[in-house]
Design a protein around this ligand. Structure first.
Ligand code: ADP
Ligand code: MG
Length: 266
């Protein structure tokens, strides 16, 4: 059928590649179920639109550099009573991103800070936004290297462009003067322009020590906290819960044994 081939080719040339692929089956279905012309074109175009949405979501997921895909549905709120589930559900509507506000998740290791940050990031990707995830150490390594090589201007774009920037694990390493200044510049560049989610095991009172410079830490916090939702998680580590369940002890199995003389039997 010449017409069929022509139609398929036109769909392809117009960039409607999925519609070109599914044209046959839609024609079959239309003939069998006697749907209207409008229904037919509607179904064909919906296929194309769904396919594009999915492909764009996959691309944004890949570009986000999320370490893994965790969703908020996988988060057990009953394990973390200090956490206000309603607040997290409200954040998951992502209105904070549309208002260029920040989310700062604080708490000891294992309480689910990264999980929640990733869960919110996945939600943002689902809703069509661009996201970039980076750990604090990697971010500073990257900025320092770019600074030394004179390509800082180019690298800024990576951190300025996304609708949501997630900086995970602030507080594990001390910042030197150059790193502190680069971090300050980054915070300034996104201030009131783009949302960030930050996670830290250090309370704000310890950020002065962390940055090795109290006035700098104050200036950073001043901007970060101006429009921010601070979520303090005070519970137990979920990693320890998983360990207790598996082995009946909070001590990892390889470290269990006679520790009375300071020697760990493994
Ligand atoms: P943090 O970033 O606070 O150190 P993570 O978010 O990395 O902690 O959590 C450690 C591990 O435990 C992850 O695999 C995470 O998915 C899981 N986890 C933490 N809290 C919960 C929870 N309340 N429900 C389900 N899984 C959780
Ligand atoms: Mg973490």
């Amino acid at each position: 059928m010449v017409e069929l081939e022509q139609t398929r080719l036109m769909l392809e040339n117009l960039g409607l590649s999925q519609a070109a692929i599914t044209l046959d089956s839609h024609l079959d279905y239309a003939a069998r179920s006697e749907i209207t012309y409008l229904e037919f074109i509607n179904r064909l175009l919906k296929d194309e639109a769904d396919f594009r949405r999915k492909r764009s979501e996959e691309t944004r997921l890949k570009l986000s550099r999320l370490p893994h895909k965790k969703t908020l549905d996988e988060f057990d709120f009953s394990f973390q009573p200090s956490l206000d589930e309603r607040q997290i559900r409200e954040l998951a509507t992502l209105s904070f991103i549309h208002r260029q506000e920040n989310v700062i998740l604080l708490g000891p290791p294992g309480v689910g800070k990264s999980h929640i940050a990733i869960g919110l990031a996945v939600e943002a990707i689902r809703q069509g936004l661009s996201v970039y995830f980076v750990s604090m150490d990697k971010l500073l390594d990257d900025l320092r290297r770019a600074n030394n090589e004179g390509r800082l201007h180019h690298r800024w774009k990576v951190y300025q462009r996304p609708g949501l920037l997630v900086i995970d694990e602030i507080g594990y390493s001390q910042l030197d003067r150059v790193s502190g200044n680069l971090f300050f510049q980054l915070i300034c560049s996104r201030y009131e322009k783009g949302s960030m989610i930050l996670t830290s095991n250090k309370g704000f009172g310890e950020w002065g020590d962390l940055m090795g410079d109290v006035p700098l830490a104050t200036a950073i916090l001043d901007r970060l906290l101006h429009h921010a939702h601070v979520v303090n998680i005070r519970g137990q580590s979920y990693r320890i819960k998983a360990r207790v369940k598996a082995s009946g002890s909070v001590i990892p199995q390889q470290f269990q044994g006679d520790m009375s003389n300071g020697v760990v039997n493994s």
